[in-house]
Design a protein around this ligand. Structure first.
Ligand code: GDP
Length: 316
């Protein structure tokens, strides 16, 4: 079965890794959010792309879910001593990625090509594509004004109250080469358990699943033209990590797997929710698989991926 997975960072990378364990390279394309990307210390940082790639390559830090395993922090320590900004941590190994990516982007190479070359160097055999080669920047509207995503997420630790989101540049950003083709030839799209607001919505918008002129809405598209199944990032009303539940609540929506289902309503043929939400699942009107969705090991990632594929196979 040919699958396109839409992924943000930590939650997305885990399920993408599960899918990569069970699908041959020709059957999986992972399209990754780049709305979190930003420039820092003069470097092009792509947090979600790096999390997905490090995870698929077996290089990720298992404790944090982001950054590199066995990382050291010499550069950061010395940058701090020189008075450089220190709110965004960049490990020594990770810095090599940002340095070389920045050099290549400045030389005019598209991000998709840089990513493809890095994947080859890291031994990743499945296709990983940024959603676009053009910059799209997620802006978070908060009670303290509009903040660039990393300013909100890392610097302000998601403390300001969220009022909405804007994806700057989305109107002119083209989907990266290969993304649309991958979706058109896929048997199904899997929306990974990533943050719906800031990890998945930017991808849906860039892939023009909504007309570029249409106002940004919660349900950002009119159907993918292919079966789509989401795995809920919300378990028993809470996130495993990150601000998705807080965002739902601050936008006046009770955070739950049901809220995730209705967020993606127009796209979904089915949804996978956690066993802790088995009662709630009865209220979901699309086909629902109830299973353990907490991916605590490589084997658990593969098991959830396999169950999701089996579920897709049984959908009408
Ligand atoms: P970010 O860009 O690094 O914030 O990463 P994502 O958007 O991809 O992932 C954040 C979401 O992943 C959060 O809403 C978490 O609840 C969810 N998540 C993380 N690990 C798991 C897991 O093992 N199972 C499920 N169902 N969701 C998870």
């Amino acid at each position: 079965m040919k699958i396109v997975a839409l992924a943000g960072g930590v939650g997305g990378a885990k399920l993408a890794h599960g899918l990569a364990q069970i699908l041959p390279p020709e059957d999986l394309t992972v399209i990754v959010n780049t709305g979190d990307d930003f420039e820092h210390l003069g470097l092009a940082i792509c947090p979600d792309l790096d999390t997905v790639c490090y995870t698929l390559a077996g290089l990720a830090n298992p404790e944090t879910g982001w950054g590199r395993a066995g990382e050291t922090w010499q550069a950061m320590t010395n940058l701090k001593r020189l008075g450089a900004s220190d709110w965004f941590n960049l490990g020594d190994q990770d810095l090599a990625t940002h340095l070389e990516r920045t050099r290549r982007l400045k030389a005019g190479q598209p991000l998709s090509r840089v990513t493809r070359d890095f994947c080859a160097a890291w031994g990743i055999r499945h296709a990983v594509l940024p959603m676009s080669d053009n910059p799209v920047r997620t802006m978070v509207d908060t009670d303290e004004g509009e903040l660039p995503f990393q300013e909100y997420f890392v610097h302000r630790r998601c403390e300001p109250r969220v009022k909405g989101f804007r994806f700057a540049g989305v109107e002119v950003a083209a989907p990266a080469a290969g993304t649309r083709e991958a979706i058109l030839s896929a048997d199904a799209v899997v929306i990974c358990p990533s943050n719906p607001w800031v990890s998945i919505d930017p991808i849906l918008h860039v892939l023009s699943l909504t007309p570029p002129s249409a106002p940004l809405s919660r349900n950002s598209g009119e159907g993918l033209g292919v079966r789509a199944v989401a795995v809920s990032p919300i378990i028993a009303g809470k996130t495993v990590k990150g601000p998705a539940a807080k965002m739902f609540a601050e936008l006046g929506i009770e955070p739950s797997a049901l809220a995730v289902a209705s967020h993606y309503e127009k796209f979904l043929s089915g949804i996978v929710v956690d066993s802790l939400d088995s009662e709630l699942a009865k209220q979901i009107r699309i086909p629902t698989l109830v299973t353990n969705t907490l991916m605590t090991s490589d084997a658990e990632r593969a098991r959830l991926a396999q169950e999701t594929i089996n579920f897709i196979g049984k959908l009408p």
